[in-house]
Design a protein around this ligand. Sequence first.
Ligand SMILES: C[S@@+](CC[C@H](N)C(=O)[O-])C[C@H]1O[C@@H](n2cnc3c(N)ncnc32)[C@H](O)[C@@H]1O
Length: 229
Amino acid sequence: MENKGLLQSDELYKYILETNVYPQEPEPLKEIRALTASHQLFFMGTSPDAGQMIEMLLKLTGAKKTLELGVYTGYSLLLTALTIPEDGKIVAIDVNREYYEIGRPVIEKVGVEHKIDFIESEGIPALDKLLENPDNKGSFDYVYVDADKINYLNYHEKVVKLVKVNGIIVYDNTLWYGSVAKSEDLVPEVLKQGRTSVLQFNKALATDPRVKISMAPLGDGITICRRVY
Ligand SMILES: C[S@@+](CC[C@H](N)C(=O)[O-])C[C@H]1O[C@@H](n2cnc3c(N)ncnc32)[C@H](O)[C@@H]1O
């Protein structure tokens, strides 16, 4: 298989960001990125190139009712809030409200907070609660999953029931720092558990007849799923 140069070097990634992504990135998103840069977990934020694709998907599908699992300081949340229509909604779940509070002033300032229903909770019980309401089943236009990788398969079983047929689910970090293609002995200890979960998840997703997928090598890898039935 020919390597066509994709993800070949840090320089290439820098080129993509500087030439294609940053010039179109909305100012408030730059602000959240700047606020997050000094945080100890800054690397958790959604990559702006992946964000650009998500914005494209939200616009193309006309998504209005959305769900996000894994908010952190709110980069992807604000991106979604800025992109969906004025009467659009985002159910945003995160176990840690403190992170959300870091980016919240920016979200407030741009006047999109009314679209957000922030739920401070572990992901599984929050999704179960959503599923208890029959109106939620098959109703979400778009779901973004960017929380603990160890639960991705559990999350998938739930969000696939929440998203509507032909709706979109995006999973972040599905290349897990490139570790998915390395042999385990070359993978740093800190990545090992996540790598095992992501490997299992990627394999299961590729054979799940309920979704059609596209793995986009943006950021840390995003897998875009369309619910088929
Ligand atoms: C990778 S960050 C999300 C980044 C975010 N999408 C952004 O663009 O900045 C992961 C988030 O998932 C949250 N999280 C981790 N485990 C969780 C769980 N079991 N349930 C809910 N949220 C969880 C963390 O608190 C953290 O804020």
